[in-house]
Design a protein around this ligand. Structure first.
Ligand SMILES: [Zn+2]
Length: 363
């Protein structure tokens, strides 16, 4: 196979420089995050793209991969990170839609390429997922080889940090609100656990879509920030039982949609916060994965329950268009140098943030 490797200025910039990444060789605590030299990624197929990463955003799944918990034990060593944005540094001979120097953000998952899901461009439904930072090396790196299908133009007006914040969380939030729940302008949405990336993205999308948006948290400071960002009502779950409070705030009607990124024993309470024919979308279970629930409420009240993790490439395209058209700026909590990934993950684990925690390339 003959490949035409287009390696010009970007490659020159890499010569003589030690490329660094954050890689784990064993599962465990933050001490397993090694900031170390890595091999220069090479083009291996005509559809490959080498991306010079300028920013990588954190997800809680990064911590699960590091720990090897929640079914996320990875083949090691592994460079972490599912979210990234940067500049195209090299393209294979089959890549015509991107050229060296283009700013891109990355769709975070590939599939087997042969199953019905992959053939219909629904890689998020593939039974053999290849997610950046999990089954394949990820974005906590200076350079990364991806497929052309992973690359999308960075929306105009966004920084690399903001672009890196979009893929996992805004795609997941879009899939939950627009595809699963079919949110309509003027409907009401309750977003639990505001502060986390998906919840914050869901809040921004719901607000821009004209939904009455209620949020919950266990931190009054985070609730105050969410209200300043446009949420209509904030409920402190440490002090208030949220279903009756939601009823009080919605003239006893309940909300049309609940976004739950928590799970745990309070999960079943979501049903009591929904109006009849309401929709519950669930995307995480950090509070517990096996809550007890009363199924009768689901069919008595004609409720619909959706599970969600990422979305399709077509949905990602829609998200990027929507972000651009509506001038949405992802909310960045804090930015760390790549070398300080351990500090960044510790902040994420503490759960005191609102929006995305981002790594930028080492200066
Ligand atoms: Zn597949």
């Amino acid at each position: 196979m003959t490949l035409i490797f287009v390696l010009v200025n970007e490659l020159d910039s890499r010569r003589g420089k030690l490329l660094k990444a954050i890689r784990i060789h064993h599962h465990g605590g933050v001490e397993q995050l090694r900031h170390e030299e890595t091999a220069d990624p090479k083009l291996q197929s005509p559809d490959d793209v080498i991306v010079h990463l300028k920013a990588a955003a954190l997800n809680f799944s990064d911590i699960q991969v590091r720990q090897g918990t929640d079914g996320k034990r990875s083949c090691l060593p592994r460079i972490l990170g599912s979210d990234g944005a940067g500049v195209v540094a090299a393209v294979g001979s089959g890549v015509k839609e991107f050229k060296i120097g283009d700013a891109v953000c990355l769709y975070p998952q590939n599939g087997c390429a042969t199953c019905w899901a992959c053939r219909s461009d629904h890689q998020h439904l593939c039974e053999q997922p290849q997610r950046l930072g999990e089954q394949i090396d990820g974005t906590y790196a200076e350079y990364l080889r991806v497929r052309r299908q992973n690359c999308f133009p960075l929306p105009a007006g966004l920084s690399y940090e903001e672009g890196a914040a979009i893929p996992v969380d805004y795609l997941s939030a879009w899939h939950m609100l627009m595809t699963d729940a079919e949110l309509k302008p003027g409907e009401s949405v309750l977003i639990r656990g505001i502060g986390g990336g998906v919840a914050t993205a869901a809040m921004q999308l719901a607000l821009s879509f004209g939904a009455l948006t209620l949020v919950t948290a266990e931190n009054p400071e985070i609730l105050s920030r969410a209200l300043r960002l446009g949420a209509k009502h904030g409920i402190d779950e440490r002090k208030q039982d949220f279903p009756p409070e939601v009823r009080r705030l919605t003239a006893k009607r309940g909300v049309d949609v609940v976004v739950d990124c928590i799970g745990g024993d309070s999960w079943a309470k979501n049903f009591a916060a929904l109006n009849r024919d309401g929709r519950l979308v669930s995307c995480d279970a950090s509070g517990g994965a096996q809550p007890a629930t009363d199924l009768r409420r689901i069919f008595w009240h004609h409720l619909k329950v959706f599970g969600s993790s990422l979305g399709s490439r077509d949905e990602f395209r829609r998200v990027l268009n929507y972000v651009t058209t509506n001038s949405i700026k992802p909310i960045i909590d804090k930015v760390y140098p790549l070398a300080d990934a351990a500090q960044a993950q510790e902040r994420l684990a503490q759960g005191q943030h609102l929006g995305k925690i981002v790594l930028h390339e080492d200066g």
